[in-house]
Design a protein around this ligand. Sequence first.
Ligand SMILES: CC(C)(COP(=O)(O)OP(=O)(O)OC[C@H]1O[C@@H](n2cnc3c(N)ncnc32)[C@H](O)[C@@H]1OP(=O)(O)O)[C@@H](O)C(=O)NCCC(=O)NCCS
Length: 182
Amino acid sequence: MIIRRALLSDARSIRDLAQELTIPRKSCVPNGLEGFVVPDVDGWKARIEGNKYFFVADTDRVSGFLACYTREHLRRFAAQDEVKRALLDDREVMAYLELLGVDRKYRRTGVANALEERLEEELYHDGFTHFHGIIAHAPLRNEASIRLHLKRGATLVRELSAYDGMVFGVYQKTIAAAKLRE
Ligand SMILES: CC(C)(COP(=O)(O)OP(=O)(O)OC[C@H]1O[C@@H](n2cnc3c(N)ncnc32)[C@H](O)[C@@H]1OP(=O)(O)O)[C@@H](O)C(=O)NCCC(=O)NCCS
C-alpha cells in the first residue's frame, strides 16, 4: 500500500467508496459516514483540485481516503453547509479534516493511521500547528473514529449540534507538539 495525493482520476473511486461507507442515522452499526450526503464525481473533483491535503491509500485500487481543507479551500464548500460555516466562524480552525474512510476489507491494518500520519507531515511542513475534525456523537456515536483519534492524541474541544438532531464532537489535534517529541 502507498499513501499518495489524490488525483482527479480518483474521483469516481472515492465517490464509490464514500457511498459504501455512508450509513443512515438509524443504522445499528455506528462506524460509518453518518447521514453523509455523498457528492457526485464533479463534487469530488472540486475537493481534490489544487488541494495538497487530500490523500488516498492505494493498494491495487483506492482502499482509503482522507480529505482535509485549509480555511481558504473550505470557503468554497461552506456556503450551504452549517457545520462548515460553524467551523469557519471558529478562528482557531486553520485546517479541517472533513472525511476519512477505509474500505472494510482493509480495516484495522493501519490504513487510517497512515493517512493521518501523511496529513500531519504535510501540514507540519507547511507550518500548521494543529487541525480540527468532527466525529458523530449522536444519534450514533462513532466509537471507532473516536478511539482512533484519541489514541493519536487528539482532544475533544466542544460539541456542535447540526443537521436537525445530530451532535458532533469537535476534536483538535496539535501537530507540532507531537513532532517535537519524536
Ligand atoms: C474509522 C476508520 C477510518 C478506521 O480505519 P482503520 O484503517 O481501520 O484504522 P487503523 O487500522 O489505522 O486503526 C488505528 C486505531 O484506531 C482504533 N480503531 C480503529 N477501528 C476501530 C474499531 N472498529 N473499534 C475500535 N477502535 C478502532 C484502534 O485503536 C486502532 O488501533 P489498533 O488496531 O492497534 O487497536 C474506519 O473504520 C472507517 O472507514 N470507518 C467508516 C468511516 C468513518 O467512520 N470515518 C470516520 C468519520 S469521523
